[in-house]
Design a protein around this ligand. Structure first.
Ligand SMILES: [Zn+2]
Length: 409
């Protein structure tokens, strides 16, 4: 039997411990104050005890001050497992917080009491992100229990505040501490697909814009006395929609492979039918390939607006509601390669690099220049009623993580 096989055996033996930890963690809902919760402190206490029980003594807690929660602190925990080499560190970052259950009538059971059914665990947080949190903990604990040492230093990072912006979590750590080195590799197991094949290495840039068009209000029986802001805005929407044809560049790792520009929300203008609106507001959601410069896109949008302004005599302006972009982790980064090997070894499937349209917690890491991949084998029930975790996925993912910890990169 190989060393790795021995470790996998220990992971299997720990299956029930992993299930018990799911139950213990779910009992202490760690919701952000803006979601009506009291933060992650109590849950972090449970986790600290468990790390101690698993023989992982080297644990530090970095607290971000937050007066809104009763402890006054949002905890970030780092558990370090020394490796044979200190050249690099293999980080696995998971988050402690959970989202609220939503309408509890949509749940078949109490969201904060885990029940086991047909090989699954059901409860708020069991998939997002406890499946991976526990998988990482037991990957490291099982290596130690089997009497081995990881190849490189392993650091398990359990962060706060992932669901509500990461200001007290990873962004706080990146802004105030020098934890990572450029040659480190980071796995964020907080996204994936049912087959375990999706390796997320890039995100489209997000640009949310509000467009306000100002004309002149008047009685609708004499439209010439005013300037119809709604009419001008309607042409502006159609012109902006043509950006979809203008930006044709494709990147096959994304689905869809192109940038998208979508008019979305529309605010009410006048309350009655017989008034020409002098003010109109709508919004656009743009998801733009990381290779495209957002300032250039905004420049193009300004040109389109000035054309409409001239044609209709209105004044239009945009406000940026959200702007975020991050560089892609290269498809040939060592972490991608090693992860693919491990996925093949455990699940016998081929991992595939993917880009996504939404923002994840990997973005702030990539912005600082750290190669980060997002991967896990999940049914993606996060944030839904009856959220569940497939126990085999939790155990399998733990083996994938152990495989990487033992082989290094
Ligand atoms: Zn998550």
């Amino acid at each position: 039997m190989t060393d790795l096989e021995k470790i996998f055996q220990v992971i299997e033996k720990n299956r029930n411990n992993m299930i018990t930890l799911q139950k213990e963690l779910t009992k202490v809902p760690a919701m952000a104050p803006q979601n009506g919760g009291d933060g992650e402190w109590e849950k972090s206490q449970v986790l600290m005890q468990w790390l101690d029980k698993c023989g992982i003594p080297n644990v530090e807690r970095i607290n971000a001050i937050d007066e809104r929660v009763s402890s006054g602190r949002r905890p970030n925990i780092i558990a370090t497992i020394p490796g044979e080499s200190t050249d690099k560190t293999f980080w696995i970052m998971t988050h402690l917080d959970v989202v609220p259950p939503g309408d509890t009538k949509l749940w078949d059971s109490d969201p904060f009491t885990v029940i086991e059914k047909k090989g699954c665990l059901i409860g708020r947080g069991v998939e997002d992100n406890q499946q991976s949190l526990i998988a990482s903990l037991y990957a490291a604990a099982s290596i130690l229990e089997a009497g081995f040492m990881p190849h490189y230093t392993v650091k398990l990072l359990f962060v706060a505040d992932e669901e509500t912006g990461s200001e007290y979590g990873i962004k706080y750590l990146l802004d105030n501490y020098k934890l990572f080195r450029k040659k480190d590799f980071i796995l964020v197991p907080d996204g994936g697909n049912e087959q375990g094949t999706m390796i997320e290495i890039a995100e489209k840039s997000i640009l949310w814009l509000q467009f306000r068009t100002v004309g002149r209000q008047c009685h609708a029986s004499a439209p010439d006395h005013g300037i119809n802001a709604f009419l001008a805005a309607s042409e502006l929407v159609l012109q902006l929609n043509k950006l979809n044809e203008e930006y044709k560049e494709e990147d096959p790792i994304f689905d869809p492979p192109v940038s998208t520009f979508s008019p979305t929300k529309k605010e009410a203008n006048v309350p009655n039918v017989n008034t020409i609106p002098g003010d109109d507001i709508f919004y656009m959601d743009c998801r733009i390939l990381p290779s495209i410069d957002l300032d250039q896109v905004l420049q193009r949008i300004t040109e389109i607006m000035s054309h409409i302004d001239k044609k209709y005599g209105v004044q239009s302006a945009y406000t940026i509601i959200q702007r975020a972009s991050s560089p892609a982790t290269p498809a040939d980064a060592p972490i991608v390669h090693t992860l693919k090997h491990a996925i093949k070894n455990i699940y016998n499937v081929e991992g595939k690099e993917k880009g996504i349209g939404g923002g994840t917690v990997a973005a702030p890491l990539r912005r600082k220049g750290y190669d980060t991949v997002v991967w896990s084998k999940i049914d993606d029930t996060a944030h839904s009623p009856n959220e569940y975790c497939v126990i085999d996925n939790m155990v399998g993912d733990s083996k994938v993580m152990a495989d990487i910890m033992m082989k290094g990169i």
